[in-house]
Design a protein around this ligand. Structure first.
Ligand code: ACO
Length: 271
């Protein structure tokens, strides 16, 4: 759940972080908005994403994550590796620090920019055109669904830079493509084009680039057409299915259905 006490970030604060948020009733659109840098990501951007997640207004049921310009995101802003760092002063200088626990706490703050996209209260859709590299690929993986343009290209580049993917991408990648393919993709840092991405299950839909926005709008409309409470309960069920035994999952289905029946028919409702 979003934190009801969290204040909505100002548009200016988000713009400084290279982000834009548009809320239109039940649909929120988060735009990575540094097209001149191919939406390269800074610490400020990741913290801004976390702020959006914390303060998402309650009526929002669908979140679209998109990138302005030709690429979804070129991943981490490489200037953060240089002396002086990226715009806004973000830099890796001293990022590891002396205290590993402190460094891990800082990474957890950045991961919070991704984890909220899995909440049962929303369905998140990544609309991917062009490159989705490293942290950009992981942001697409953090979403429930991926609608991609036929020019989309995914690359988990971290290993080539001496890093590991640490923005919550390793689990969904393994869940979607399986362990051997995930090892192959991460440890070669090779690029996966749209047709292969669809074959691997990394995209629910591939469309011509000019049709990406329309396809995402249609999907959002279809998601909004089902019962809101049933959507939340069903996503909660589906999310736990891979970790449950059949018995545990059947029990979870019973619990959720009793909640549904109560809401639909009052406390006397029964199947
Ligand atoms: N960090 C900082 N600046 C970037 C990044 C980045 N990750 N990616 C692109 N830019 C900048 C370029 O330097 C260029 O700046 P300039 O106009 O001042 O020269 C501008 O964005 C446009 O980039 P081009 O390379 O000209 O755009 P093109 O569309 O031809 O290529 C591509 C896009 C493929 C994404 C290419 O820019 C690229 O390979 N970028 C680096 C990707 C990368 O290695 N990311 C790290 C991933 S690992 C991780 O996220 C942990």
């Amino acid at each position: 759940m979003a934190d009801p006490t969290a204040s909505r970030p100002e548009a200016g604060e988000l713009a400084d972080a290279g982000l834009r948020l548009d809320v239109d009733g039940p649909v929120a659109t988060v735009t990575l908005n540094r097209p001149e840098r191919r939406n390269a990501m800074t610490f400020a951007m990741w913290r801004g994403l976390a702020r959006i997640g914390e303060s998402l207004p309650e009526p929002v049921r669908v979140v679209v994550v998109r990138g302005a310009g030709p690429s979804f995101s070129a991943g981490i802003d490489l200037s953060m590796f240089e002396r002086g760092g990226a715009e806004g002063g973000d830099s890796f200088a001293g990022a590891a620090g002396d205290d590993p626990a402190d460094a891990e706490r800082r990474i957890a703050e950045l991961q919070a920019g991704y984890t909220w996209l899995r909440r049962p209260e929303i369905v998140s859709i990544a609309a991917v055109q062009g490159h989705a590299i490293g942290g950009g690929f992981q942001l697409a993986l953090a979403c429930d669904l991926r609608v991609i343009a036929d020019d989309a290209r995914f690359c988990m580049k971290e290993a080539a830079l001496g890093l590991v993917p640490d923005l919550t991408g390793t689990k969904p990648l393994v869940d979607i493509v399986g362990l051997p393919r995930a090892i192959e993709l991460c440890l070669t840092a090779r690029t996966v084009h749209a047709d292969e991405a669809a074959r691997l299950g990394l995209a629910e839909l591939v469309v011509p680039a000019a049709e990406l926005d329309g396809a995402v709008r249609d999907l959002a409309a279809a998601l909004l057409a089902v019962h809101p409470g049933a959507a939340v309960a069903t996503k909660r069920l589906l999310r736990q299915a891979p970790h449950n035994t059949l018995e545990q999952q059947a029990a979870a289905e019973r619990r959720e259905q009793v909640g549904r029946l109560k809401e639909l028919f009052g406390s006397g409702g029964a199947a």
